[in-house]
Design a protein around this ligand. Sequence first.
Ligand SMILES: Cc1ncc(COP(=O)(O)O)c(C=O)c1O
Length: 419
Amino acid sequence: MTLTQEKTLAAQVRPDFPILHQQVNGKPLVYLDNAATSQKPLVVLDALRDYYERDNANVHRGVHTLSSRATDAYEGARDKIAKFVNAASRQEIVFTRNASEAINLVAYAWGSTLKQGDEIILSVMEHHSNLIPWQMVAQRTGAVLKFVEPNANEEFNLEQYKALISNKTRLVSILHVSNTLGYINPVAEITAIAHHYGARVLVDACQSVPHMPVDVQAMDCDWLVASGHKMCGPTGVGFLYGKLDLLRSMPPFLGGGEMIADVFLDHATYADLPHKFEAGTPAIGEAIALGAAVDYLSSLGMDKIHAYEEQLTAYLFQQLQQIPELRIYGPRPTLEGKGRAALAAFTAGEVHPHDLSTILDEAGVAIRAGHHCTQPLHRYLKVQSTARASLYFYNTQAEIDVFIAALREAVDFFASIFG
Ligand SMILES: Cc1ncc(COP(=O)(O)O)c(C=O)c1O
């Protein structure tokens, strides 16, 4: 099998990523830990550097030239993100430190409206970032958490969800793509059902926004969160999308400079959206560089990125299935690589995933081992940890071959020890 889009995508973009062109432990780096964080193209590194070299000043505070340049670029990045996820208004995009902070913002500001007996539906698949904030809300308010388990195919169990939801449900907070099972949740359907019961919906899109077209209006979710560092942007910046009226109705999360209109000694009025939720000096350079990342992804085309990743997924699974000792978690993709994200979490019998990862590192291959911040899901799957290879559009078929050969060797090595 040859990947038809490879020439036009991975080959085209690899020169843009300097970090990929290095040796690790004497071998060419094969970076397959993209679900944890992605690498950054030159245009993003340049945007960060240009900002600090030319435009560094605080935003919204000065009338001098540097300050207005910084403000224009920072607000310009917001416009780009709004367009990227098809928000109806730029005011619906709030910069945060990461997705975790965006969820905490909603949990704090909107979660305080919950009361004893209100119900929140989550899934067992959730990343800790979309679990702990709601545990904290439940402890604070007396709201009750309910969980949708994976079905026999290790997909979101829609039937169980329909059975759990009721007029008591105030919130459904759900990931779009599982960072462990690779499953792509039917979020538009989940949202439509939630809205039928008058519940709000938060979508954790950390693993979808970097990899496929995401349209918040088509999805009709109430909030959506993502992290910049997983989508070719820098660390330290992420965003919250929220429907305008809903964001307007929410009190501020953090207090300080930038988020105010008028301040008196004993009270204050707050700035309009989105600044009401951006207290203090934001990560200006990082937000601008995230705007550059969005430009970069858009110039490649999210449809193209997704289609290429489907081809990589098909090839990855074809190859992994050649190693019978592996247990791969989550649903199988179709032969065309459809139906799941470009990542695979797996175990190899009794071999500890950390040992696998260490041996692969010696071959220059970076994969992740651990619970991937989904401990409850791992507990549900009756496994302590898994190894995970996760791809992005700059990965190639040849890199998958290197990974598979190193994995095969590692599995054989442990089989020779354990017998
Ligand atoms: C599905 C999912 N949600 C949330 C997060 C949290 O992202 P961050 O640590 O950038 O806030 C991650 C990161 O791994 C993730 O994969």
